[in-house]
Design a protein around this ligand. Structure first.
Ligand SMILES: [Zn+2]
Ligand SMILES: [Zn+2]
Length: 276
């Protein structure tokens, strides 16, 4: 852990994780008066059902941002669009990559775009994935910061810079390399997932945490876990090594530092949760 951050606690941002994993992704970032939807890879029915579970009103979502074109991030966008009148933001590459996306009213942003939606500043960075122009985000509001990065085989330099020193860090921990190597997946798929344009492993996420986490960091959320090649307890155990956290429950799916300031938790495919 580095110690160059202010230890001031300023909890302005929340992350509502509605779905995370290869079967669908959707999250809402919320500040005092603004909400932004990140990706919509689940059906409208599931999106609204899960939002209701977390008491999140989707009627005032101010903008929708899309990380990349894979269907686990975009499958629900067409129907979402019928209920949503705000701006839909994606890179030109993402917006043009698939037929069902090309017909949607996207406003193009560049991979290093930096803009404001209500009281949230959105700072984009390139991720490394086998698609056209994928991105991740740093959200800032009133001194608080939240980093969001999934679907990236490695962390790009801008990602490392923008994910540093956030209070809430939502970072992909997709697979355990040993489980992947012994999985039933064909070799080409193992190589794709484990490659530089695939997905971050538990180990890669752990290494990244040693530089990303600061005194300001209260939550690390392991995102986009593979259901075949990872286990929540294993992801949390591996990430814990970076910050000296110890298990907080029998399953080891939650860990915390000795002073309880920093918690490590796992996002789930089908169990919505709010981090605040
Ligand atoms: Zn994905
Ligand atoms: Zn993807």
């Amino acid at each position: 852990m580095t110690s160059d951050a202010s230890a001031a606690v300023n909890s302005q941002l929340r992350l509502h994780i509605l779905a995370s994993g290869s079967k669908g992704n959707a999250c809402v970032v919320q500040s005092a008066n603004t909400k932004i939807l990140i990706d919509c890879g689940i059906s409208y029915r599931e999106l609204t059902r899960r939002a209701a579970v977390l008491n999140v009103d989707l009627s005032d979502i101010a903008a929708t941002v899309v990380t990349h074109e894979h269907s686990d991030h975009t499958a629900g966008l067409s129907v979402w669009c019928k209920h949503f009148t705000g701006p839909m933001l994606a890179t030109k590459g993402t917006a043009g990559a698939r037929k069902h996306l090309a017909v949607l009213p996207f406003k193009a942003i560049d991979r290093n775009a930096d803009f404001e939606i209500g009281d949230i500043r959105v700072r984009c960075f390139p991720t490394s994935h086998d698609v056209v122009d994928p991105i991740g985000f740093r959200f800032e509001a009133h001194g608080d910061a939240l980093g969001y990065c999934t679907d990236s085989g490695v962390l790009t330099q801008p990602a490392l810079e923008l994910l540093h020193n956030v209070r809430i860090l939502a970072l992909e921990a997709n697979h355990d390399p040993r489980m992947l190597a012994h999985s039933s997946y064909p070799l080409f798929l193992q190589e794709r997932i484990g490659g530089a344009q695939g997905h971050l492993s538990n180990e890669q996420a752990c290494t990244a945490l040693t530089t990303l986490v600061t005194k300001k960091t209260e939550y690390v959320i392991a995102m986009h876990l593979s259901q075949e090649n990872n286990r929540p307890g294993l992801a949390v155990k591996t990430l814990s090594q970076a910050v000296g956290a110890t298990p907080q429950n029998d399953m080891g799916t939650r860990a915390a530092t000795a002073d309880k300031f920093l918690s490590i938790v796992c996002a789930a495919q089908d169990a919505p949760m709010t981090i605040e």
